[in-house]
Design a protein around this ligand. Structure first.
Ligand SMILES: Cc1cc2nc3c(=O)[nH]c(=O)nc-3n(C[C@H](O)[C@H](O)[C@H](O)COP(=O)(O)OP(=O)(O)OC[C@H]3O[C@@H](n4cnc5c(N)ncnc54)[C@H](O)[C@@H]3O)c2cc1C
Length: 397
């Protein structure tokens, strides 16, 4: 694989870098994708990218994608990660959007794709239930046909940021007598419909990132069914492969390693910068080696996507390795800042806060991030389940 950029690719990188420098909202600089931001903050960069036509680079051009090559998309992620830019949330752009343009009808495409591209409409993912996470096909939420409506009843859980959502995509059982995977439908639901209640769940770091979503006699027009009734499992799996490949977060982890190196040069052990101690230097090097291997795997996946193959079971490899690296990064950062990691500092860098942190600025979120990132090996299908997929679909065991 040739990783030298061509002159055209270098020109593209410069164009992207300049655009980000001139247009990324200054007040969001350095905040990254945080869970405690306002709806407007979350959507600010997405809206700017929507106007530019750059909010969904992976989409086919005819639906509003950029038509970039896999290398250009790689450059795009790298350049955004360089400034820790807050990327468009995955629920619209990476999840339901591809389902709608692949399996939806023309009316659904015309109605929903523009709002996703523009960052005007916020989507939530209604898959998991209290008794249906890894074993998703055992879901119990029902959608019963009543004339030209479905009536939805049930409880979804872990619905990320549903407190901001305008629309949700829900997996519902439409044929209770069929085999588990065969009686499920994929339904788009306006979150303002009467009968929907979103209740917060607080995570271990104190943030309101996930919710329970209760559905009681929610009337949804039949035209909101995507594809065919009882064939939702196929669309659900297609979506999960897209969700997983986006989780790898290579560019952002590379930036995290740079930050870790900088912290480890400033923090000391017995007067020696951590980065110069054998043990810590070895830990960082091991992390970088794994990250480089993951980067090549992601590039191979991007190249095969560019050749027309959608993300397949190899997205499970990206999910496992990407999330393990993200977790190790936060572990090593916490280790590097030592006692400064102990104070609870959530909110320290919010606008208007004038308190001074206990340790250096870089230590403020180290514990919060460490705790928050425990989620990554669970969401998007737990890493144990991804190993099952690899053993069956890739190794043929
Ligand atoms: C922060 C966060 C955000 C999320 N956001 C959303 C969202 O927006 N929308 C949504 O629908 N869902 C969301 N989820 C749900 C997520 O997809 C599920 O948590 C995940 O699929 C695991 O399901 P579960 O929590 O029910 O655990 P379970 O399925 O009960 O699993 C418990 C443990 O058993 C292991 N296990 C289960 N079955 C097997 C097996 N066959 N082989 C080996 N090990 C097994 C699992 O790996 C896990 O360690 C989110 C989860 C988190 C943590």
């Amino acid at each position: 694989m040739n990783l030298e950029f061509s002159p055209e690719e270098i020109a593209f990188r410069d164009e992207v870098r300049t655009f980000i420098r001139d247009n990324y909202p200054k007040e969001l600089m350095g905040l990254g994708n945080r869970e405690d931001l306002t709806r407007e903050q979350f959507l600010a960069w997405h809206k700017i990218l929507g106007k530019k036509g750059w909010s969904a680079p992976a989409w086919p051009k005819k639906y509003g994608g950029t038509g970039w090559t896999s290398t250009q998309r790689y450059i795009w992620s790298e350049e955004n990660a360089r400034v820790d830019a807050m990327m468009p949330l995955p629920f619209g752009v990476s999840m339901v959007g591809p389902v709608i343009y692949t399996f939806g009808d023309e009316e659904q495409k015309a109605r929903h794709l523009p709002g996703i591209l523009a960052g005007d409409v916020w989507w939530a993912q209604g898959y998991s239930e209290p008794g249906a996470g890894s074993d998703l096909a055992s879901l119990k939420t029902t959608a019963v046909r009543d004339g030209d409506h479905y009536i939805l009843n049930g409880q979804k859980t872990w619905t990320t940021l549903a407190q901001h959502a305008d629309w949700g995509f829900f997996l519902c059982r439409t044929d209770p007598s069929a085999k588990a995977q065969e009686g499920i439908s994929f339904i788009l639901v306006d979150m303002k419909t009467p009968g929907i209640e979103v209740r917060p769940i607080k995570l271990i770091d104190g943030t309101h990132e996930v919710n329970e979503t209760w559905l009681t006699d929610v009337r949804v027009p039949v035209e909101n069914l995507v594809g065919k009734e009882n064939e939702g499992w196929t669309y659900a799996k297609f979506l999960l492969a897209h969700e997983r490949s986006g989780i790898a977060g290579v560019a952002r982890s590379k930036r995290g390693v740079e930050r870790l190196r900088s912290i480890a040069s400033q923090e000391t052990m017995d007067g020696t910068p951590l980065i110069r101690t054998d043990e810590f230097a070895r830990k960082i090097s091991q992390l970088e080696i794994d990250l480089t291997a993951l980067e090549f795997t992601e590039l191979r996946t991007l190249a095969s996507e560019a050749a027309g193959k959608g993300p397949g079971p190899e997205s499970s490899i990206l999910k496992i390795k990407g999330t393990e690296i993200q977790q190790r990064l936060t572990e090593l950062t916490l280790e590097a800042v030592g006692n400064y990691g102990a104070p609870y500092a959530r909110g320290m860098d919010n606008f208007g806060v004038n308190e001074v942190g206990v340790g250096p600025d870089y230590s403020n979120f180290s514990a919060d991030n460490y705790f928050n990132m425990r989620k990554t090996s669970i969401y998007g299908g737990s890493n144990e389940i991804q190993r099952n997929i690899i053993s069956k679909m890739i190794l043929g065991l």
